[in-house]
Design a protein around this ligand. Structure first.
Ligand code: SAH
Length: 463
């Protein structure tokens, strides 16, 4: 992060604009809107900027900049049409410890102006850290069209009811939940439809009826986070993730997904690597119960789908036994995600009529599977956790009758921008990847559908 976005109270503070033209005027208008006293120094100050200075009780100096102009200022904006003057003013201001914005050269200054969506008191600021103001503006216009103008009214209404709600519920978590539920209900529509007084009555009644014990009860969300790409989260997963006070996640959950949690949520890593158990399963189960019993909303994020090789069942055992409320949110399992992003349809009328998900996790050094049932030519078999046992998987399948030239595909870090797909045949793939570094997690797909990969490959091909 090159710039820290903060919201700065400038009401009544003095701001100096060096420059008197169009560019300075745009900044002057913004400063004026924020309540600053706008002073201007420039040999020529345009009429609109003069008005702003007068209205905001700033000072106008129609002459070249002098260092004494900096006295008493809170911030300085260099907006002349002469880059050398801008740079020189910036240097003097910085020498006095004043924050500076240099309009034509942001890298010389201390702060930049983001694009703003103004739904006061709600403000959204968008910045590309100077990389592409056009992109920031595009995003801004998209947000403008998404957010009804009445959003500000909604925020004002909520502000008025903050204290009454505080008087009713003294638990901060319960209050947050109350607001979240209120925002999911008809209140928002009422405000958007301009029915402010009805909305007010509705809110007052809801506060009156708020039930502290129900709102401060803990709950566990067992959430499937999908195979890696954050775009593959479900809406429900996102909503619960943003509701949670505590988020427990493991190695398979991408950072881009954990970043979607609330800023103030507690993030707990409970990751396990094969053979390296960071936290024994029992401890995870106990942690879930521990947090829920404190009245927290706990989101257990699992890679893929929680009920497919995800020990989801084991994790809710104790939760059920303890009588804790819970929800399970399905996720896109690795087989679906990797197959789609690798362009390998898991079923296809010309190739496979069924698909089977199996775990290739080794038990006592062997891959312990029901081999005779895995060799149908018209079935696709997907092996989770199979990389270490790959050679054994291939030879066992051939031993039990699957042809040596059966296509097999290996998808490493599927759906992420580091995805790699390697294809071969049962009798060639183990030698083909011998000595090659393959990054976990890896999924293995066996069956003639894999031959479609070369035709259907799309992801990471410049789109
Ligand atoms: N519950 C998860 C599976 C957990 S088992 C799901 O539904 O997807 C972990 C195994 O899933 C890994 O060893 C690997 O075989 C597979 N896997 C998970 N994410 C993957 C990814 N992005 N790319 C390839 N394989 C993945």
């Amino acid at each position: 992060m090159e710039f820290l976005p903060i919201s700065w109270r400038l009401q009544g503070k003095s701001a100096l604009l060096v420059g008197g033209g169009e560019v300075a005027l745009r900044k002057g208008r913004l400063l004026h809107r924020s309540g600053a006293k706008v002073s201007v120094v420039a040999p020529d100050v345009c009429a609109d900027l003069r008005d702003i200075a007068v209205q905001s009780q700033g000072v106008i100096h129609e002459r070249a900049f002098e260092s004494s102009d900096l006295t008493g200022q809170t911030l300085v904006i260099c907006a002349t049409d002469d880059p050398a003057v801008n740079a020189a003013v910036a240097q003097q201001a910085q020498a006095r410890g004043l924050p500076v914005n240099v309009v034509d050269n942001p890298s010389l200054g201390d702060f930049i102006f983001p694009a703003i969506v103004d739904r006061s008191p709600v403000l959204i600021s968008i910045s590309s850290s100077g990389a592409s103001p056009v992109l920031a503006r595009k995003l801004r216009s998209q947000l403008e069209s998404m957010l009804p103008a009445r959003w500000g009214r909604l925020a004002d209404l909520m502000a008025r009811f903050r204290q009454p709600l505080k008087d009713k519920l003294n638990n901060v978590g319960a209050r947050r939940l109350f607001w979240e539920q209120a925002l999911e209900g008809p209140l928002v529509e009422k405000v958007m439809a301009g029915k402010d007084s009805e909305a007010e009555v509705m809110l007052a009644e809801a506060i009156e009826a708020a039930d502290a014990s129900r709102l401060s009860r803990g709950e566990v969300y067992l959430v499937g986070a999908g195979p890696g790409d954050p775009d593959l989260l479900t809406f429900r997963a996102l909503r619960l993730l943003q509701k949670a006070d505590v988020v427990l996640y493991d190695r398979l959950v991408g950072k881009g997904i954990v970043d979607l949690a609330r800023r103030d949520a507690e993030l707990v890593y409970v990751g396990k690597a094969r053979d390296k158990h960071a936290l024994p399963q029992d401890n995870i189960n106990e942690l879930l119960v521990h947090y829920a019993k404190q009245g927290k909303k706990v989101c257990r994020l699992k890679g893929g789908d929680p009920f497919i090789f995800g020990r989801g069942g084991e994790e809710i055992d104790l939760i059920v036994a303890e009588g804790i409320d819970f929800q399970v949110v399905p996720g896109i399992t690795a087989a679906s995600g990797c197959a789609a992003y690798a362009g390998i349809p898991l079923t296809h009328r010309d190739h496979a009529q069924s698909v089977r998900f199996v775990t290739g996790h080794r038990k006592d050094g062997t891959v312990d599977l029901d081999w005779p049932h895995l060799v149908s030519e018209t079935e696709t078999v997907v092996f989770y956790m199979g990389l270490v046992g790959l050679r054994q998987i291939c030879s066992k399948l051939m031993e039990h009758g699957r042809a040596g030239d059966t296509p097999i595909g290996l998808v490493s870090r599927g759906t992420t921008n580091l995805q790699e797909v390697i294809t071969g045949t049962l009798d060639s793939l183990p030698d083909q990847i011998e000595g090659r570094e393959i990054h976990a997690p890896t999924l293995i797909i066996v069956g003639s559908v894999v031959s479609l990969h070369s035709q259907f490959e799309w992801f990471g091909k410049g789109n």
